[in-house]
Design a protein around this ligand. Structure first.
Ligand code: PMP
Length: 410
């Protein structure tokens, strides 16, 4: 696999040149939000400078141009994740969280009852965990959790035990935003489908960082966010198999999602507009399509390889220090491009704030996986996460800054 030309890539990110107290920023918080390359920023600026108009409705030229670009963006995103149903299978939402809620409300609330079970994993992000937990409370359904083993991988025997004829939905995170674990989602989809259950994959940490083919996985639903993949905030994606989206009730009501309205009743618009009520994230959708072009131009396999090498190097270097506990799978095994850890003598929040003094940006906290942190026996962890513009030298700076923190607290 041909390595990335990181130096050239970095030229498209002026923010990476910023300095704090003379130190150039080392941005390692990419699992939270990635930086935005110039060409995506230009797409946003050009849209507002040259086109800006509401979509679907207008007959004037600007509205027509905006509509075509916005609608085409759905096809581009479909292509990016291997959805052959094109725009009909791609709903633009606000973020991964809203995509989860859309399915939970539009499908779950209508279909689930006291006899049904929802199977999740112990490493779910709150976006899916809290959502299904609360829908279960409303419907009387029960949530069950596939066990996470010592090495940070899922206990697949436990998965096969839990998923049964009462299972209606299996909702799993593709790549854990805390452990970095890459879960066997296609195997889990097979298990779910053997029991006539649907599978929802949270791809917030996979689509930005590795090639993803939703049809090869055989996911029924799949969600991710624009702001973690070189795109803007304010846009997320819900992929759903066409026949499922067709059967589902709308989640939000209002303009654009209807075909015919009388004082008594309404008829819904075609897919995917049935699920996009009101004025949608027009500029964000167009910019997300540009981000897909950008990532494809670099190549998703090369991106995956680059990030995994950085993560492996970070795990090795951090584990060299006897007092660092790294969570998740060992280097080189089923790990995506992020590393969560704790240093024995330094609280994760203190660590993050001391690293900030060296302009090293990482995240500290529970990363929206509180129950998993409870299971790990810690309240918080530090997390470094990588993207296309990160370098080995930046990993070295991270490790040096961790050394400084250790000395402060020794
Ligand atoms: N799932 C996972 C695995 C995530 O990492 C995140 C973002 N931290 C989300 C869901 C939620 O994404 P958003 O905040 O964009 O809705």
């Amino acid at each position: 696999i041909e390595p990335l030309d990181v130096e050239r890539i970095r030229e498209e990110y002026p923010v990476l040149q910023r300095e704090f107290d003379g130190e150039q920023v080392v941005y390692l918080d990419n699992a939270a939000t990635t930086q935005t390359p110039d060409r995506v920023v230009d797409t946003i600026a050009d849209y507002y400078r040259q086109t800006n108009a509401n979509v679907h409705r207008g007959l004037h030229q600007l509205s027509q141009e905006a509509s075509i670009a916005y609608e085409d963006a759905h096809d581009r995103v479909a292509e990016f994740i291997g959805a052959s149903g094109e725009r009909e299978e791609i709903v633009f939402t606000k973020n991964t969280t809203e995509s989860e809620n859309l399915v939970a409300y539009a499908w779950g609330l209508n279909e689930l009852g006291p006899e049904d079970e929802i199977v999740l994993t112990e490493m779910e992000h709150h976006a899916s965990l809290v959502t299904w937990q609360q829908i279960a409370k409303k419907t009387g359904a029960t949530c069950r959790y596939i066990r996470v083993q010592e090495d940070g991988t899922l206990d697949m025997d436990h998965a096969r035990e839990l998923v049964g004829d009462d299972t209606a939905m299996v909702s799993v995170v593709h790549v854990s935003n805390t452990l970095g674990t890459v879960n066997p989602v296609s195997e889990l989809a097979d298990i779910a489908h053997d029991h006539d259950a649907y599978v929802f994959v949270d791809g917030a940490q996979s689509v930005p960082n590795r090639p993803v083919d939703v049809e090869a996985i055989d996911a029924d639903f799949f969600a991710f966010s624009g702001h973690k993949m070189a795109g803007p905030t304010g846009i997320g994606v819900l992929y759903g198999k066409k026949h499922l989206l067709e059967e589902m009730e709308p989640y939000l009501y209002g303009g654009s999602m209807i075909k015919k309205v009388t004082y008594e009743d309404s008829k819904w618009n075609d897919l995917p507009w049935k699920f996009e009520a009101g004025t949608p994230p027009i500029c964000q959708g167009i910019a997300l399509a540009e981000a897909c072009d950008y990532l494809d131009d670099i190549g998703m396999e090369r991106i995956q390889h680059h990030e995994e090498q950085l993560a492996d190097y970070a795990v090795e270097r951090l584990e060299d220090e006897g007092d660092v506990e790294v969570y998740g799978p060992p280097a080189g095994e089923k790990r995506g491009g992020l590393v969560s850890f704790n240093v024995e003598s330094v609280h994760a929040h203190d660590l993050s704030s001391i690293l900030n003094d060296s302009a090293v940006a990482i995240r500290a906290g529970d990363h929206c996986t509180q129950p998993l942190h409870d299971k790990l026996g810690v309240a918080a962890s530090a997390r470094a996460s990588f993207y296309v513009y990160n370098t080995r030298e930046e990993v070295d700076k991270l490790v040096e800054a961790v050394d400084d923190a250790r000395q402060l607290f020794a």
